[in-house]
Write a protein of this length. Structure first.
Lengths: 314, 314
């Protein structure tokens, strides 16, 4: 436990690096907005500078990386970034080994978050955890017996694109009524813009400027009793709850851990979520849904777990 | 491979016992209608008599059991039977060890079928297989890296009760639009009874006696162009296809293996199934759906795999 572990998180809008030698606190932590203009080289250089500043000449025993995009975890290679050019087939693990002299293990942010909550957060002492993050999108990851379940194409955990209502609105993926289309912040905001009426709480909160509406603002309007906002919040929680219940029927994980900005929508969102999940899962199946504990640090702590596993297995 | 393995299948309507010393053929196989009047003692006595006849004085190296009801696989104990009294908490593994002098491993029929197809059938050479049987109900099981995924309550694999259409008809489980409600034979037959019109192909095939309608008859009527029947067959395949696509998004198994009476509905059913699954899974996810190979013998071959694993680990 006294080994120095470096954790790196390449997020969509911000980068984070942190250093630990234990299970619950950072020796140091650095944050950086995603570099602009965006390129893989700039991303890597920015992250490397943070890492070197944190290490201050010390040697990390291992490095863990959470990457906001598809990765080939077995090969510690990034497949691509949906936001930034140049990340196609980048052997990020090898780059870090070369530049920082330590073995590096990589996974995508949803899987890293799942592993973080499983190992150090709300999923501790569970044999299996299905983790879900609900913010600009809806992502998920499954950890069982200490290992991330990647699936045959490395695509497991995509609960955001489970279809829960074929009569629902069209998702960017081409299907109607995906969990993400109904539950995520930006989609709720878009629907609120289209449905709000002059003089409503939504209208007041955005001061008549629909472009200002966010998922957070929809939640605030719902808490003021705005009917459109309340309906959207309930629809979000119902969709995700059904997705959780269906996943419980298929996988029966010991616990679901749910985090992300939308989970701050308030107690009504959580109540509807729990009720919908319970109603969807078969009665014999335990439905245990816990809020995420590590919040924004879940991917970083998952990176720590990845790094520690790499040291153990090497 | 030259060890003598005894496989037992306690099905809902019939019992089977078989003996093998290899991977693809039976030395002997016995069948028995489920004993009447039904009791756990009568069930066990009937099965034991078949086993002793097959063994003819020889000693099995191990025994595998597929049981048509919930079991505690870790304890080789039946939890209950939904059809027959007296099976509550029966230590079936211990009974068989006592009476036949060999270690016995037990799982439920969906998991045994999954393990059978994975080990000896359509799932060979796959790292992970999700098996589905569609007949009077819709059951499923996941096998990964040679082991059945049971889930925290032993309830994993219940794809039949994934909700795919909240606006769909009411399922016995209390939800609307479960896969089983839309895809299984008896529900299709019930809907055909309610919807058929005099003079239609459905009407002719059942000779005006609605009680004669089965899932098979609905498939036959669909193949004759009966509109009600065609719609029900398409709805069945669409529902199961969506269930498979949603499961692919969550788990991304290497292959789905689908068996059971309803899969004999014809090529249209398979086409719609494949298309619905492909449309529901994200484009990056491989959707490989193969028909079951072992058909009625899948649970027996799964029992063989259970028995062989028990010998290896003991």
């Amino acid at each position: 436990m006294s080994q120095l572990i470096l954790a790196l998180d390449f997020g969509g809008t911000k980068f984070a690096a942190a250093l630990t030698d234990n299970r619950d606190s950072w020796i140091g932590k650095e944050l950086l907005p995603a570099p602009a203009p965006a390129s893989a080289q700039a991303d890597y250089a920015g992250m490397l500078a943070m890492a070197r500043k944190l290490l201050a000449g010390r040697q990390a025993a291992a490095i863990g990386v959470s990457f906001g995009g598809p990765v080939d975890a077995a090969r510690n290679t990034v497949i691509l970034s949906h936001h930034v050019q140049g990340w196609e087939q980048v052997p990020l693990g090898a780059w870090l080994q070369r530049d920082l002299g330590a073995p590096a293990a990589i996974d995508n942010d949803a899987n890293a978050g799942a592993l973080g909550e499983y190992t150090y957060g709300a999923g501790q002492n569970c044999s299996s955890v299905f983790y879900i993050t609900v913010s600009t999108g809806v992502g998920g990851g499954l950890v069982a017996d200490g290992r991330v379940w990647h699936g045959a194409d490395g695509m497991a955990g995509e609960i955001g694109h489970m279809q829960v209502d074929p009569a629902g609105p069209l998702c960017l993926c081409g299907k109607h009524g995906c969990v993400e289309r109904l539950a995520s912040g930006p989609y709720m905001a878009a629907d609120a813009r289209a449905q709000m009426t002059a003089g409503s709480a939504l209208w007041e909160l955005c001061a008549g400027d629909a472009a200002q509406i966010t998922g957070q603002l929809v939640a605030a309007a719902a808490n003021r009793g705005d009917e459109v906002a309340m309906r959207l919040i309930e629809r979000s929680a119902t969709a995700l709850g059904r997705g959780i219940g269906n996943t419980a029927n298929i996988l029966n994980p010991q616990r679901f851990v749910v985090g992300g900005g939308v989970t701050k929508a308030g107690s009504r969102w959580w109540q509807v979520l729990q009720a919908a999940a319970r109603a969807t899962a078969l009665p014999e199946i335990t439905v245990d849904i816990a809020p995420a504990q590590l919040i924004d640090d879940a991917p970083l702590w998952g990176a720590v777990a990845l790094a520690r596993a790499a040291v153990t297995s090497n």
